[in-house]
Write a protein that binds this ligand. Sequence first.
Ligand SMILES: Cc1ncc(COP(=O)(O)O)c(C=O)c1O
Length: 403
Amino acid sequence: MSQAKWDELFSDSAREMKPSPIRELLRYISNPEIISFAGGNPDPFIFPVSEFAAGAIVLGRNGMEILQYGATEGYTPLRKFLSKWMAPRMGRETEPNELLITSGSQQGMDLLCAALLNPGDAVIVEDPTYPGAIHTMRNRGAQFLTVPCDADGMRTDLLPEVIETAQNDGKKIKFIYSIVNFQNPSGATLTTARRKELLDIASKYGLLIFEDDPYGHLRYEGGHEPTIFSMDQEGRVVYACSFSKILAPGVRVAWIVGPPNIIRKMVMIKQGADMCTSVISQALVASYCDDGYMDEFLPRIISHYAKKRDAMAAAFARHLPSDAQFSVPKGGFFFWVKLPGIDAKELFMKGIEHGVAFVNGPAFFANGGGTDCFRTCFTFAQPSDLDEGARRLAEAIADQRGE
Ligand SMILES: Cc1ncc(COP(=O)(O)O)c(C=O)c1O
């Protein structure tokens, strides 16, 4: 049946929408023969399945409450836990009106964009950045201003010129988006000095900072950098974190902290989006947290992923050609590889032929670029596959180069 007749009903923004590049890869990587370094998926073998299942006892205990609709702001025991558990990172316990539980950080990002962006407003993002952020912000009408990253994260020295040029062009900049720790995809962490500089620049130009931090707890070496939120004296930082990478993405529970008036607007938008994040899911997460498993399991997850990171580093050193440039991330999920002269989109198809998948560079660049780069995730593939995947990747590179 033809569906063309409904096309004219689509809104302007729906007409402009493109599918998420990473979600689109799923059709290739669902083939079990392919070793996937593509999606940013945690290792299912490290999910605390029995501890999480034990928490389901709350259903019997509090079923009448948690089978009911919940407050849009989130499930109170979970909000209380997060305010205390995050206090060392946030610099203080956050107030209830500063914190909103969301259905994944992806929703937090979408609600923030809905609260702040009019079509055509500008946002400043890192080059490269998380494709899911590009997708959400674009869907909400954002135009992108990009700032390159190096090994220390966003090049804050370039920021003032980007801001001034855009402001002189009459653009309205709404926020600066930074993935501060073990950035997706570059793996870089913003240094403390640059965090301060970012805050100073945001203050000078009157901008908001959106600090996205789903990987911050997963540090495999060195000490933690302070959050920008904890350094901020002016209430110009919105901070997001998630249970996806430190517990399980299937729970779809995350949180976002920020100035009460912004959080309040996001609550109103969420009322119209899904009323509340699944109360059952939040209650199971809260039960897991209150039983002390966050602190018990996190070190296990960290040492498990540190080994996998080392295995991917060793496999890349063993197999990839000598002109492949990558650095070993100190935390998070990803390696970012640059291969001068290669076309990463073509390499992706060669990779599929050779049985390995990754995400090619252009997906991470809001305004184009990254054609000779790609991202590999080391957390999902099983240890024996990390070496074999790197070997296949090297084969695909040689094949594409006609060697
Ligand atoms: C930088 C970044 N922000 C946000 C998200 C979304 O996470 P969630 O599963 O909490 O929606 C991801 C997921 O990979 C991410 O890498």
